[in-house]
Design a protein around this ligand. Structure first.
Ligand code: ADP
Ligand code: MG
Length: 479
Protein backbone atom coordinates (compact mmCIF):
# COMPACT_ATOMS: atom_id res chain seq x y z
CA UNK A 1 0.00 0.00 0.00
CA UNK A 2 2.73 2.36 1.01
CA UNK A 3 4.77 1.40 -2.01
CA UNK A 4 1.86 1.97 -4.38
CA UNK A 5 1.32 5.49 -3.11
CA UNK A 6 4.95 6.34 -3.75
CA UNK A 7 4.91 4.78 -7.20
CA UNK A 8 1.88 6.64 -8.51
CA UNK A 9 3.41 10.15 -8.80
CA UNK A 10 6.53 8.68 -10.39
CA UNK A 11 4.48 6.89 -13.05
CA UNK A 12 2.57 10.05 -13.73
CA UNK A 13 5.82 11.87 -14.30
CA UNK A 14 7.12 9.32 -16.81
CA UNK A 15 3.75 9.38 -18.55
CA UNK A 16 3.91 13.18 -18.81
CA UNK A 17 7.41 13.08 -20.20
CA UNK A 18 6.37 10.44 -22.71
CA UNK A 19 3.34 12.38 -23.90
CA UNK A 20 5.05 15.75 -24.23
CA UNK A 21 5.45 17.17 -27.69
CA UNK A 22 9.14 17.76 -27.16
CA UNK A 23 11.73 15.35 -25.84
CA UNK A 24 13.56 14.82 -22.57
CA UNK A 25 16.67 12.75 -22.25
CA UNK A 26 19.34 12.10 -19.69
CA UNK A 27 22.92 10.95 -19.94
CA UNK A 28 25.83 10.02 -17.70
CA UNK A 29 29.49 9.62 -18.26
CA UNK A 30 30.63 6.06 -17.91
CA UNK A 31 34.14 5.03 -18.85
CA UNK A 32 34.74 8.23 -20.75
CA UNK A 33 31.56 7.87 -22.89
CA UNK A 34 28.32 9.75 -22.52
CA UNK A 35 25.63 7.10 -22.31
CA UNK A 36 21.93 8.00 -22.56
CA UNK A 37 19.91 6.77 -19.62
CA UNK A 38 16.47 8.07 -20.59
CA UNK A 39 14.83 9.37 -23.73
CA UNK A 40 11.09 10.08 -23.95
CA UNK A 41 8.66 12.35 -25.76
CA UNK A 42 6.97 12.59 -29.15
CA UNK A 43 9.92 14.34 -30.70
CA UNK A 44 11.99 11.13 -30.27
CA UNK A 45 9.73 9.35 -32.76
CA UNK A 46 9.63 12.31 -35.14
CA UNK A 47 13.42 12.24 -35.25
CA UNK A 48 13.11 8.62 -36.31
CA UNK A 49 14.22 6.94 -33.06
CA UNK A 50 12.53 4.94 -30.36
CA UNK A 51 13.47 5.28 -26.68
CA UNK A 52 14.95 1.76 -26.73
CA UNK A 53 17.27 2.70 -29.60
CA UNK A 54 18.66 5.62 -27.62
CA UNK A 55 18.89 4.42 -24.05
CA UNK A 56 22.19 2.68 -23.34
CA UNK A 57 23.85 4.20 -26.45
CA UNK A 58 26.30 7.05 -26.85
CA UNK A 59 26.19 9.82 -29.44
CA UNK A 60 28.42 8.03 -31.95
CA UNK A 61 26.04 5.10 -32.06
CA UNK A 62 23.14 7.40 -32.99
CA UNK A 63 24.52 10.16 -35.19
CA UNK A 64 27.17 10.46 -37.90
CA UNK A 65 30.60 11.04 -36.37
CA UNK A 66 30.83 14.69 -37.27
CA UNK A 67 27.56 15.76 -35.70
CA UNK A 68 28.13 13.43 -32.74
CA UNK A 69 31.45 15.21 -32.09
CA UNK A 70 29.77 18.63 -32.17
CA UNK A 71 27.09 17.48 -29.70
CA UNK A 72 29.64 15.80 -27.51
CA UNK A 73 31.31 19.16 -26.88
CA UNK A 74 28.08 20.50 -25.41
CA UNK A 75 27.57 17.30 -23.40
CA UNK A 76 31.05 17.73 -22.00
CA UNK A 77 30.45 21.33 -20.96
CA UNK A 78 27.24 20.38 -19.10
CA UNK A 79 28.97 17.43 -17.48
CA UNK A 80 31.68 19.81 -16.31
CA UNK A 81 28.95 21.66 -14.38
CA UNK A 82 28.13 24.53 -16.74
CA UNK A 83 24.49 25.63 -16.36
CA UNK A 84 22.29 26.53 -19.33
CA UNK A 85 24.22 24.90 -22.14
CA UNK A 86 22.04 25.02 -25.27
CA UNK A 87 22.52 23.93 -28.85
CA UNK A 88 20.49 23.52 -32.00
CA UNK A 89 20.46 20.14 -33.69
CA UNK A 90 19.04 18.99 -36.99
CA UNK A 91 18.09 15.44 -37.84
CA UNK A 92 15.56 13.92 -40.20
CA UNK A 93 14.70 17.45 -41.44
CA UNK A 94 13.70 18.51 -37.97
CA UNK A 95 15.44 21.32 -36.14
CA UNK A 96 15.36 21.22 -32.39
CA UNK A 97 16.72 23.24 -29.54
CA UNK A 98 18.27 21.32 -26.64
CA UNK A 99 18.95 22.77 -23.18
CA UNK A 100 21.18 20.81 -20.88
CA UNK A 101 21.14 20.98 -17.08
CA UNK A 102 23.64 19.20 -14.87
CA UNK A 103 22.15 17.47 -11.84
CA UNK A 104 24.53 17.68 -8.90
CA UNK A 105 24.72 15.61 -5.79
CA UNK A 106 27.11 16.83 -3.11
CA UNK A 107 28.65 19.21 -5.57
CA UNK A 108 29.42 16.56 -8.18
CA UNK A 109 27.55 16.18 -11.43
CA UNK A 110 25.85 12.79 -11.45
CA UNK A 111 23.77 13.13 -14.59
CA UNK A 112 22.62 15.70 -17.13
CA UNK A 113 18.96 16.27 -18.04
CA UNK A 114 18.20 17.68 -21.47
CA UNK A 115 14.92 19.01 -22.71
CA UNK A 116 14.35 19.60 -26.40
CA UNK A 117 11.71 21.44 -28.41
CA UNK A 118 10.94 21.31 -32.11
CA UNK A 119 11.87 24.67 -33.65
CA UNK A 120 11.54 23.69 -37.33
CA UNK A 121 8.63 26.05 -38.05
CA UNK A 122 10.05 28.89 -36.01
CA UNK A 123 13.36 28.56 -37.81
CA UNK A 124 11.65 28.63 -41.19
CA UNK A 125 9.69 31.74 -40.22
CA UNK A 126 12.86 33.32 -38.91
CA UNK A 127 14.66 32.68 -42.17
CA UNK A 128 11.74 34.06 -44.17
CA UNK A 129 11.50 37.08 -41.92
CA UNK A 130 15.22 37.56 -42.25
CA UNK A 131 15.08 37.62 -46.04
CA UNK A 132 12.05 39.93 -46.02
CA UNK A 133 13.90 42.19 -43.66
CA UNK A 134 16.96 42.13 -45.89
CA UNK A 135 14.82 42.95 -48.90
CA UNK A 136 13.13 45.84 -47.11
CA UNK A 137 16.46 47.04 -45.87
CA UNK A 138 17.86 47.10 -49.40
CA UNK A 139 14.80 49.00 -50.66
CA UNK A 140 15.15 51.43 -47.79
CA UNK A 141 18.82 52.05 -48.38
CA UNK A 142 18.83 52.08 -52.18
CA UNK A 143 15.79 54.36 -52.51
CA UNK A 144 16.58 57.64 -54.21
CA UNK A 145 13.80 59.26 -52.16
CA UNK A 146 14.55 60.43 -48.64
CA UNK A 147 12.87 58.22 -46.06
CA UNK A 148 12.44 59.07 -42.40
CA UNK A 149 10.72 57.00 -39.75
CA UNK A 150 9.47 58.77 -36.61
CA UNK A 151 7.91 57.46 -33.42
CA UNK A 152 4.62 58.65 -31.97
CA UNK A 153 6.28 61.62 -30.28
CA UNK A 154 7.64 62.67 -33.71
CA UNK A 155 11.22 61.79 -32.83
CA UNK A 156 13.27 60.36 -35.69
CA UNK A 157 14.06 56.65 -35.34
CA UNK A 158 15.66 56.04 -38.73
CA UNK A 159 16.65 57.82 -41.91
CA UNK A 160 18.13 56.36 -45.10
CA UNK A 161 21.17 57.55 -46.99
CA UNK A 162 19.05 59.43 -49.55
CA UNK A 163 17.74 61.48 -46.61
CA UNK A 164 21.30 62.38 -45.65
CA UNK A 165 22.13 63.16 -49.26
CA UNK A 166 19.04 65.27 -50.06
CA UNK A 167 18.74 67.19 -46.81
CA UNK A 168 22.38 67.30 -45.74
CA UNK A 169 22.00 66.07 -42.14
CA UNK A 170 23.79 62.87 -41.16
CA UNK A 171 21.79 60.15 -39.40
CA UNK A 172 23.63 60.82 -36.10
CA UNK A 173 22.65 64.47 -36.22
CA UNK A 174 18.94 63.80 -36.47
CA UNK A 175 18.27 60.51 -34.65
CA UNK A 176 16.20 61.07 -31.53
CA UNK A 177 15.24 64.58 -32.62
CA UNK A 178 12.21 66.09 -34.30
CA UNK A 179 12.04 66.44 -38.10
CA UNK A 180 14.47 69.26 -38.87
CA UNK A 181 13.37 70.13 -42.40
CA UNK A 182 10.15 72.06 -41.88
CA UNK A 183 10.65 75.72 -42.84
CA UNK A 184 9.58 78.03 -40.00
CA UNK A 185 6.89 79.70 -42.09
CA UNK A 186 5.33 76.31 -42.72
CA UNK A 187 5.11 75.11 -39.13
CA UNK A 188 1.37 75.54 -39.11
CA UNK A 189 0.83 73.60 -42.32
CA UNK A 190 3.08 70.81 -41.01
CA UNK A 191 0.97 70.71 -37.84
CA UNK A 192 -2.16 70.30 -39.94
CA UNK A 193 -0.53 67.43 -41.82
CA UNK A 194 0.47 65.85 -38.54
CA UNK A 195 -3.08 65.99 -37.28
CA UNK A 196 -4.29 64.28 -40.45
CA UNK A 197 -1.77 61.49 -40.03
CA UNK A 198 -2.59 61.06 -36.35
CA UNK A 199 -6.23 60.73 -37.35
CA UNK A 200 -5.16 57.70 -39.40
CA UNK A 201 -5.11 59.34 -42.83
CA UNK A 202 -2.40 58.73 -45.38
CA UNK A 203 -0.81 61.49 -47.35
CA UNK A 204 0.10 60.79 -50.94
CA UNK A 205 2.20 62.90 -53.30
CA UNK A 206 1.58 66.09 -51.39
CA UNK A 207 3.62 68.86 -52.99
CA UNK A 208 5.24 71.24 -50.56
CA UNK A 209 8.53 72.89 -49.62
CA UNK A 210 11.22 71.62 -47.23
CA UNK A 211 14.43 73.16 -45.96
CA UNK A 212 17.88 71.57 -46.18
CA UNK A 213 20.62 71.83 -43.57
CA UNK A 214 22.31 74.65 -45.53
CA UNK A 215 19.06 76.65 -45.53
CA UNK A 216 18.19 75.90 -49.15
CA UNK A 217 14.48 75.40 -49.87
CA UNK A 218 13.55 72.50 -52.10
CA UNK A 219 10.26 71.40 -53.66
CA UNK A 220 9.25 67.94 -52.50
CA UNK A 221 6.45 65.52 -53.06
CA UNK A 222 5.57 63.93 -49.70
CA UNK A 223 4.03 60.56 -48.95
CA UNK A 224 3.41 59.73 -45.30
CA UNK A 225 1.91 56.55 -43.87
CA UNK A 226 1.59 54.92 -40.45
CA UNK A 227 3.97 52.16 -39.33
CA UNK A 228 2.29 49.38 -37.36
CA UNK A 229 3.65 46.67 -35.09
CA UNK A 230 2.70 42.98 -35.31
CA UNK A 231 -0.42 43.64 -33.23
CA UNK A 232 -1.56 46.24 -35.76
CA UNK A 233 -1.07 49.23 -33.46
CA UNK A 234 0.42 52.39 -34.91
CA UNK A 235 3.91 52.85 -33.50
CA UNK A 236 5.06 55.70 -35.67
CA UNK A 237 5.13 57.16 -39.17
CA UNK A 238 7.27 56.86 -42.24
CA UNK A 239 7.69 59.79 -44.56
CA UNK A 240 9.02 59.58 -48.09
CA UNK A 241 10.10 62.80 -49.70
CA UNK A 242 10.93 63.05 -53.37
CA UNK A 243 12.97 66.02 -54.48
CA UNK A 244 10.99 67.60 -57.32
CA UNK A 245 12.83 70.93 -57.44
CA UNK A 246 14.31 70.20 -60.83
CA UNK A 247 11.00 68.96 -62.24
CA UNK A 248 9.22 72.05 -60.93
CA UNK A 249 11.81 74.36 -62.42
CA UNK A 250 11.53 72.70 -65.82
CA UNK A 251 7.75 72.78 -65.70
CA UNK A 252 7.69 76.43 -64.75
CA UNK A 253 10.19 77.25 -67.49
CA UNK A 254 8.18 75.37 -70.11
CA UNK A 255 4.97 76.94 -68.95
CA UNK A 256 6.45 80.41 -69.14
CA UNK A 257 8.12 79.99 -72.51
CA UNK A 258 5.06 78.31 -73.89
CA UNK A 259 2.92 81.17 -72.72
CA UNK A 260 5.37 83.83 -73.88
CA UNK A 261 5.56 82.22 -77.29
CA UNK A 262 1.83 82.09 -77.54
CA UNK A 263 1.32 85.63 -76.38
CA UNK A 264 4.02 86.92 -78.71
CA UNK A 265 2.44 85.05 -81.56
CA UNK A 266 -1.00 86.31 -80.66
CA UNK A 267 0.10 89.90 -80.09
CA UNK A 268 1.43 90.04 -83.66
CA UNK A 269 -1.89 88.70 -84.87
CA UNK A 270 -3.87 91.08 -82.73
CA UNK A 271 -1.95 94.07 -84.08
CA UNK A 272 -2.64 92.86 -87.59
CA UNK A 273 -6.34 92.22 -86.90
CA UNK A 274 -6.81 95.61 -85.29
CA UNK A 275 -5.12 97.46 -88.14
CA UNK A 276 -7.94 96.62 -90.58
CA UNK A 277 -10.80 98.20 -88.64
CA UNK A 278 -8.52 101.10 -87.71
CA UNK A 279 -7.73 101.78 -91.36
CA UNK A 280 -11.42 101.66 -92.15
CA UNK A 281 -12.22 104.10 -89.35
CA UNK A 282 -9.45 106.46 -90.44
CA UNK A 283 -11.02 106.56 -93.86
CA UNK A 284 -14.43 107.43 -92.46
CA UNK A 285 -13.04 110.10 -90.14
CA UNK A 286 -11.37 111.68 -93.19
CA UNK A 287 -14.67 111.55 -95.08
CA UNK A 288 -16.48 113.15 -92.13
CA UNK A 289 -13.90 115.92 -91.90
CA UNK A 290 -14.38 116.60 -95.61
CA UNK A 291 -18.07 117.24 -94.72
CA UNK A 292 -19.49 114.26 -96.64
CA UNK A 293 -23.20 113.31 -96.66
CA UNK A 294 -24.95 110.29 -95.06
CA UNK A 295 -23.11 110.66 -91.81
CA UNK A 296 -25.26 108.34 -89.71
CA UNK A 297 -24.27 105.37 -91.88
CA UNK A 298 -20.59 106.20 -91.27
CA UNK A 299 -21.19 106.28 -87.57
CA UNK A 300 -22.82 102.83 -87.69
CA UNK A 301 -19.89 101.33 -89.55
CA UNK A 302 -17.40 103.00 -87.21
CA UNK A 303 -19.25 101.69 -84.15
CA UNK A 304 -19.23 98.19 -85.55
CA UNK A 305 -15.47 98.43 -86.24
CA UNK A 306 -14.89 99.62 -82.70
CA UNK A 307 -16.92 96.63 -81.42
CA UNK A 308 -14.69 94.30 -83.39
CA UNK A 309 -11.56 95.84 -81.92
CA UNK A 310 -13.11 95.53 -78.50
CA UNK A 311 -13.89 91.84 -79.07
CA UNK A 312 -10.36 91.08 -80.18
CA UNK A 313 -8.84 92.90 -77.24
CA UNK A 314 -11.22 91.16 -74.78
CA UNK A 315 -10.40 87.70 -76.10
CA UNK A 316 -6.71 88.48 -76.20
CA UNK A 317 -6.73 89.63 -72.59
CA UNK A 318 -8.54 86.49 -71.58
CA UNK A 319 -5.67 84.42 -72.95
CA UNK A 320 -2.80 86.66 -71.91
CA UNK A 321 -4.05 87.25 -68.38
CA UNK A 322 -2.27 85.16 -65.74
CA UNK A 323 -4.57 82.21 -65.28
CA UNK A 324 -5.49 80.96 -61.88
CA UNK A 325 -4.25 77.47 -61.28
CA UNK A 326 -6.48 77.16 -58.28
CA UNK A 327 -8.00 73.77 -59.01
CA UNK A 328 -10.90 72.56 -56.94
CA UNK A 329 -13.50 69.85 -57.05
CA UNK A 330 -16.57 71.15 -58.86
CA UNK A 331 -19.90 69.82 -60.07
CA UNK A 332 -20.11 70.13 -63.86
CA UNK A 333 -23.91 70.19 -63.81
CA UNK A 334 -23.90 73.20 -61.52
CA UNK A 335 -21.40 75.12 -63.67
CA UNK A 336 -23.43 74.37 -66.79
CA UNK A 337 -26.64 75.60 -65.14
CA UNK A 338 -24.94 78.87 -64.16
CA UNK A 339 -23.61 79.39 -67.70
CA UNK A 340 -26.98 78.61 -69.28
CA UNK A 341 -28.70 81.10 -66.99
CA UNK A 342 -26.07 83.68 -67.86
CA UNK A 343 -26.70 83.23 -71.58
CA UNK A 344 -30.48 82.82 -71.17
CA UNK A 345 -31.46 86.35 -72.13
CA UNK A 346 -29.33 86.36 -75.26
CA UNK A 347 -30.67 82.94 -76.30
CA UNK A 348 -34.19 84.19 -75.81
CA UNK A 349 -33.57 87.17 -78.07
CA UNK A 350 -32.31 84.83 -80.80
CA UNK A 351 -35.25 82.43 -80.43
CA UNK A 352 -33.03 79.70 -79.05
CA UNK A 353 -33.77 77.24 -76.23
CA UNK A 354 -30.92 75.60 -74.34
CA UNK A 355 -31.79 72.18 -72.87
CA UNK A 356 -29.59 70.59 -70.22
CA UNK A 357 -29.85 66.80 -69.91
CA UNK A 358 -27.97 64.61 -67.48
CA UNK A 359 -27.91 60.97 -68.49
CA UNK A 360 -29.85 58.99 -65.92
CA UNK A 361 -28.22 56.39 -63.65
CA UNK A 362 -24.77 57.92 -63.87
CA UNK A 363 -22.65 59.17 -60.97
CA UNK A 364 -22.57 62.85 -60.08
CA UNK A 365 -20.28 64.61 -62.56
CA UNK A 366 -17.44 66.00 -60.44
CA UNK A 367 -14.20 67.28 -61.97
CA UNK A 368 -11.05 68.94 -60.67
CA UNK A 369 -10.93 72.28 -62.38
CA UNK A 370 -10.24 75.97 -62.37
CA UNK A 371 -13.93 76.83 -62.43
CA UNK A 372 -13.54 80.21 -64.08
CA UNK A 373 -11.68 78.68 -67.01
CA UNK A 374 -14.15 75.85 -67.52
CA UNK A 375 -16.94 78.45 -67.51
CA UNK A 376 -15.14 80.35 -70.28
CA UNK A 377 -15.04 77.14 -72.35
CA UNK A 378 -18.75 76.49 -71.91
CA UNK A 379 -19.62 80.13 -72.70
CA UNK A 380 -17.54 80.08 -75.88
CA UNK A 381 -18.98 76.82 -77.13
CA UNK A 382 -22.56 77.92 -76.42
CA UNK A 383 -21.93 81.28 -78.11
CA UNK A 384 -20.57 79.55 -81.19
CA UNK A 385 -23.61 77.27 -81.22
CA UNK A 386 -25.97 80.23 -80.97
CA UNK A 387 -24.12 82.16 -83.65
CA UNK A 388 -24.45 79.15 -85.95
CA UNK A 389 -28.26 79.23 -85.59
CA UNK A 390 -29.45 82.60 -86.96
CA UNK A 391 -32.97 81.18 -87.38
CA UNK A 392 -33.23 79.98 -83.78
CA UNK A 393 -33.74 76.41 -82.57
CA UNK A 394 -32.68 74.17 -79.73
CA UNK A 395 -29.24 73.51 -78.30
CA UNK A 396 -28.97 70.26 -76.34
CA UNK A 397 -26.34 70.04 -73.62
CA UNK A 398 -25.70 66.53 -72.38
CA UNK A 399 -23.66 65.37 -69.39
CA UNK A 400 -22.53 61.79 -68.97
CA UNK A 401 -20.30 60.09 -66.38
CA UNK A 402 -18.45 56.87 -67.18
CA UNK A 403 -17.46 56.11 -63.59
CA UNK A 404 -15.79 57.65 -60.61
CA UNK A 405 -12.19 56.57 -60.00
CA UNK A 406 -10.34 57.02 -63.32
CA UNK A 407 -13.69 57.59 -65.00
CA UNK A 408 -14.50 60.37 -67.42
CA UNK A 409 -17.09 63.08 -67.70
CA UNK A 410 -18.41 63.85 -71.18
CA UNK A 411 -20.20 67.03 -72.01
CA UNK A 412 -21.78 67.39 -75.47
CA UNK A 413 -23.17 70.51 -77.08
CA UNK A 414 -25.50 69.73 -80.03
CA UNK A 415 -26.65 72.64 -82.12
CA UNK A 416 -28.95 72.84 -85.14
CA UNK A 417 -26.79 75.29 -87.02
CA UNK A 418 -25.31 75.24 -90.50
CA UNK A 419 -22.44 72.91 -89.58
CA UNK A 420 -18.74 73.06 -90.45
CA UNK A 421 -17.31 71.71 -93.73
CA UNK A 422 -15.15 68.65 -92.99
CA UNK A 423 -11.97 70.15 -94.40
CA UNK A 424 -12.29 73.13 -92.06
CA UNK A 425 -12.47 71.06 -88.88
CA UNK A 426 -8.65 70.80 -88.52
CA UNK A 427 -8.47 74.63 -88.66
CA UNK A 428 -10.66 74.99 -85.56
CA UNK A 429 -8.54 76.30 -82.70
CA UNK A 430 -6.05 78.08 -84.95
CA UNK A 431 -5.72 81.67 -83.79
CA UNK A 432 -7.75 84.15 -85.88
CA UNK A 433 -9.50 81.46 -87.89
CA UNK A 434 -13.01 82.85 -88.15
CA UNK A 435 -15.83 82.86 -90.68
CA UNK A 436 -17.74 85.59 -88.87
CA UNK A 437 -17.76 89.26 -89.65
CA UNK A 438 -17.23 90.21 -86.02
CA UNK A 439 -15.47 87.00 -85.08
CA UNK A 440 -12.03 86.96 -83.48
CA UNK A 441 -11.07 83.35 -84.11
CA UNK A 442 -9.64 83.21 -80.60
CA UNK A 443 -12.50 81.48 -78.77
CA UNK A 444 -11.81 77.90 -79.78
CA UNK A 445 -8.09 78.33 -79.39
CA UNK A 446 -8.67 79.25 -75.76
CA UNK A 447 -11.08 76.31 -75.33
CA UNK A 448 -8.47 73.84 -76.61
CA UNK A 449 -5.79 75.28 -74.30
CA UNK A 450 -7.99 75.14 -71.22
CA UNK A 451 -9.36 71.64 -71.86
CA UNK A 452 -5.83 70.37 -72.50
CA UNK A 453 -4.60 71.91 -69.25
CA UNK A 454 -7.35 69.98 -67.46
CA UNK A 455 -6.19 66.69 -68.96
CA UNK A 456 -9.16 66.49 -71.30
CA UNK A 457 -10.01 66.36 -75.02
CA UNK A 458 -12.18 68.43 -77.32
CA UNK A 459 -13.79 66.83 -80.39
CA UNK A 460 -15.93 68.24 -83.23
CA UNK A 461 -18.44 66.31 -85.21
CA UNK A 462 -20.42 68.23 -87.79
CA UNK A 463 -22.83 67.66 -90.64
CA UNK A 464 -23.38 70.49 -93.11
CA UNK A 465 -26.88 71.86 -92.91
CA UNK A 466 -27.70 69.67 -89.91
CA UNK A 467 -25.63 70.94 -87.02
CA UNK A 468 -22.52 70.48 -84.95
CA UNK A 469 -21.69 68.43 -81.87
CA UNK A 470 -18.81 69.51 -79.69
CA UNK A 471 -17.72 66.90 -77.15
CA UNK A 472 -15.51 67.66 -74.14
CA UNK A 473 -14.07 64.75 -72.17
CA UNK A 474 -12.57 65.47 -68.76
CA UNK A 475 -11.15 63.16 -66.09
CA UNK A 476 -13.68 62.58 -63.30
CA UNK A 477 -12.79 63.59 -59.78
CA UNK A 478 -13.39 61.02 -57.05
CA UNK A 479 -16.71 61.35 -55.27
P1 ADP B 1 -15.22 83.07 -83.52
O1 ADP B 1 -16.43 82.52 -82.84
O2 ADP B 1 -14.78 84.37 -82.97
O3 ADP B 1 -15.30 83.03 -84.99
P2 ADP B 1 -14.02 80.65 -82.62
O4 ADP B 1 -12.63 80.24 -82.39
O5 ADP B 1 -14.96 80.54 -81.47
O6 ADP B 1 -13.99 82.11 -83.17
O7 ADP B 1 -14.59 79.79 -83.81
C1 ADP B 1 -13.86 79.70 -84.99
C2 ADP B 1 -14.75 79.32 -86.16
O8 ADP B 1 -15.19 77.96 -86.03
C3 ADP B 1 -16.03 80.08 -86.27
O9 ADP B 1 -15.83 81.30 -86.94
C4 ADP B 1 -16.89 79.14 -87.07
O10 ADP B 1 -16.63 79.22 -88.42
C5 ADP B 1 -16.46 77.79 -86.62
N1 ADP B 1 -17.38 77.24 -85.59
C6 ADP B 1 -17.14 77.11 -84.30
N2 ADP B 1 -18.19 76.53 -83.68
C7 ADP B 1 -19.13 76.32 -84.61
C8 ADP B 1 -20.46 75.73 -84.59
N3 ADP B 1 -21.01 75.31 -83.47
N4 ADP B 1 -21.13 75.65 -85.77
C9 ADP B 1 -20.55 76.09 -86.90
N5 ADP B 1 -19.32 76.63 -86.97
C10 ADP B 1 -18.62 76.76 -85.86
MG1 MG C 1 -16.50 81.97 -80.85
Amino acid sequence: MEKHEQLQPELNLVETIRLQQGMTFKFKQTEGRFIHTLCEGELVYQLGFTPCQVVGKDLYQLFPDKSAAVKEDFYRRAWAGEEKVTYEGEYNNIRYLASLRPVKRNGTVVEVIASCVDITERKKAEIELGSTRELLESFFESSLDAIDVVDLSSKIIRVNSAFEHIYGWSAEEVLGRGLPFIPSHMAEQAEALNRKILAGEQIKNYETVRQCKDGRLIDVSLTVFPVRNAAGNITGYAGISRDITEKKRTEEFLRKTDKLNMIGHLAAGVAHEIRNPLTAMRGFVQLLRAGHESKSEFYDIMLSEIDLINNIVTDFLMIAKPQTTDFKRSHVGRILKQVITLLGAEANLRGIVICLETKPNTAEPFIHCAEFQIKQVFINLLKNAMEAMPGGGTIFVEVETTGTAHGEIRIRFHDQGGGIPEERIPKLGEPFYTTKEKGTGLGLMMCFKIVEAHGGRLLFDSQLGRGTTVEITLPAAEI
